[in-house]
Design a protein around this ligand. Structure first.
Ligand code: ATP
Ligand code: LTN
Length: 328
């Protein structure tokens, strides 16, 4: 039996190269060795306002992006979170076991809630990690490949699993986060102090997977750097370090090779090479996304098969949990 992997992405906004390098890129390499479930987490997306039609379209678009990036539906299972109702059901059961204090400590909650006036913080952004825990625990997941920002949520999931097992008997596997050394936290192009984010105010923060070649060139030209000389991997030069990490991941070259390549060269040459490297990797994905989105039936069939596979596992787990808790 292969070990199981679960991960998901919200169908909100346009996926950017941070989402790609921090998660999907990693998934593609894992699908040969693990039983993989890759979810489109639309119930998470509605924790903030969404236009219903856009959400529906984006949900399909994420499925097309998974496929275009190399997720193989023969090896992996792709499905929409709301198609398996056990996610919402387990969330409620786990809600009753979680603490207000532990959820208040989540850094993503602190960041997101800062944007709202005190009384009107949506409850969904507060207990959103419990839904994520339900996603993971329903499937006896062992590894959760995510970007650095999600590590705390996976740790909370482990705590909840442990707490439930202690109280009701062995029920859930304790999952481990699986985070790559490079790419786990790609920083914003316009502000290298914060992670690249699809909800950023300026489009100059990110390069989305559907940006045109011209957009990519323009955004890289404008990316924040510094006034020092030399193209070198130096963590203190945050803007440059971020761009070099992106270059390293897309080109598959080593840090030494890259520093040698740009010895005696400046930002102009480096940024030109970086834009070319990103275009070489992203433009085929962009074209594939368009093609796959035209194959509506093919996409629907993959999502239906994925949901059937997931539901079969989830139904069994929810019965076990309800029995343990005395609900049935
Ligand atoms: P965003 O902040 O971009 O609006 P998000 O992190 O809230 O998005 P998702 O888009 O669902 O939510 O994230 C999908 C995956 O991408 C997660 O595994 C997350 O850890 C990863 N990820 C998000 N941003 C980055 C980043 N800047 N660098 C690396 N990985 C990232
Ligand atoms: N919370 C994550 C998305 C997400 C997820 C999951 C990731 C929801 N459920 C389960 C891994 C496993 C985010 O905002 N990026």
């Amino acid at each position: 039996m292969k070990k199981r992997i679960f991960s998901g992405i919200q169908p909100s906004g346009n996926l950017h190269i941070g989402n790609y390098l921090g998660s999907i890129y990693n998934w593609v390499n894992l699908q040969n060795d693990f039983d993989c479930l890759f979810c489109i987490v639309n119930l998470h997306a509605i924790t903030v306002n969404q236009d219903p039609k856009t959400l529906r379209d984006k949900t399909k678009e994420i499925a097309a992006i998974y496929l275009a990036c190399g997720i193989d539906p023969v090896k992996s299972h792709i499905f929409i979170q709301s198609d398996v109702k056990e996610h919402a059901e387990l969330m409620w059961l786990l809600n009753t076991q979680a603490y207000f204090g532990e959820l208040s400590r989540m850094t993503q909650f602190k960041d997101k809630s800062d944007k709202f006036k005190n009384e009107n913080i949506p409850l969904g952004i507060f207990n959103y990690p419990i839904l994520m825990a339900a996603d993971i625990l329903l499937y006896n997941t062992e590894l959760v490949p995510v970007g650095e920002d999600q590590k705390q949520h996976v740790e909370l999931t482990r705590d909840l699993a442990k707490r439930f097992n202690n109280k009701f008997g062995e029920t859930f596997k304790e999952p481990e986060p699986y985070i790559l050394k490079d790419g786990a936290k790609i920083m914003g192009l316009d502000n290298p102090d914060k992670k690249m984010s699809k909800s950023a105010e300026s489009a100059y923060n990110y390069i989305s997977l559907i940006d045109s070649d011209d957009d990519i060139i323009r955004k890289i030209k404008k990316a924040a750097t510094d006034s020092e000389n030399g193209i070198k991997f130096d963590k203190n030069r945050k803007g440059l370090h971020n761009l070099l990490t992106i270059y390293k991941m897309f080109s598959l070259k080593s840090e030494k090779e890259i520093e040698k390549e740009f010895e005696n060269k400046g930002y102009g040459d480096f940024k030109k090479a970086l834009a070319e490297e990103i275009i070489e990797n992203i433009s085929p994905i962009r074209e594939k996304i368009k093609e796959i989105l035209k194959e509506k039936k093919y996409l629907d069939k993959i999502l239906e098969d994925g949901a059937n596979y997931a539901r079969n596992i989830a139904e069994k787990k929810i019965i076990e949990v309800k029995k343990k808790m005395g609900i049935i």
